[in-house]
Design a protein around this ligand. Sequence first.
Ligand code: ZN
Length: 316
Amino acid sequence: MERKVLVIGDQIVELGEKKILRLLVGHLPSGTRIYIHIHVNRAMDPGPVILLIGGMHGDEINGIEIVRQAGRKYMQSALQRGSLITIPLLNVYGFIHFTREVTDGKDVNRSFPGSTKGSLASRIARMLYKKVLPQVDVLLDFHTGGNQRYNYPQIRFTKNDGPSIALAEVFRAPFTLASTAKPNSLRQYASKMKIPNLAFEGGESGRFDGFSIEKGLQGIRSILEHYQMIVPAVDPALPQSHTLTGDTWIRATYSGIFIWQRASGVYVNKGEILGSISDPDNMRIEYIKSKTSGYIIGHNNAPVVHVGDALFHIGW
Ligand SMILES: [Zn+2]
């Protein structure tokens, strides 16, 4: 935790320095070079190195915005000790195409540890894994829900990863969910490297959600205060998070026009009506009931659904 110099690629950042590093990851067919921008802010006093990542999925705008705002708020002059590294936009390709994946459809978050000769997603993963992660003590990765799927602001940590669980308790998102890290994900490899790490989810892709952005920023503040990197705010402490140990999806039992009656953030009881699906001719109305009691932590905003589509994500 007491690194005198940070070495990222062939660039060095000393204590007390502030730099924006550019790492070349490729070119567009037009010849335009694609760089990933890494904002490094270091206080004079050593301390932990915290990395915030946004835009691993190019259309997950809330994550990008949280990291962008945190980068502005906690610049070098605001840090009392330690280092803050922000990468507001990891997947430039997805961002300019308004998509989750890179241009060949591959997911950066399933491409770790990556390869310098592999697919585009694999090259981005490799750059992060080899050049940035070895310099990092704590990792926070900011995501947004899927297309038309809203996630109530929540933190996910890898089951049985003790240091990450402790970190989740400090972050205090409205919900904290234990989950298994997906194979070849950033979370899986960060845990292998013994870097405490969390993934944040909030809102839905391609759409701003002020509430999720606020909760993401509050969590970052809480983490920076915990490591005594910033002056503690006078605001009251964040409420305790609801820790969830299990989750399930309620799926559509019919295809048609979907109207939800219960949305993310509320507690529902087993058997409670959550919404309805009807066809345009009013031949049939199907009511969707909860098969368990728990909190709705995500819901589908699509107005038209097919049988089997995931409608409500419930955690308990
Ligand atoms: Zn994502």
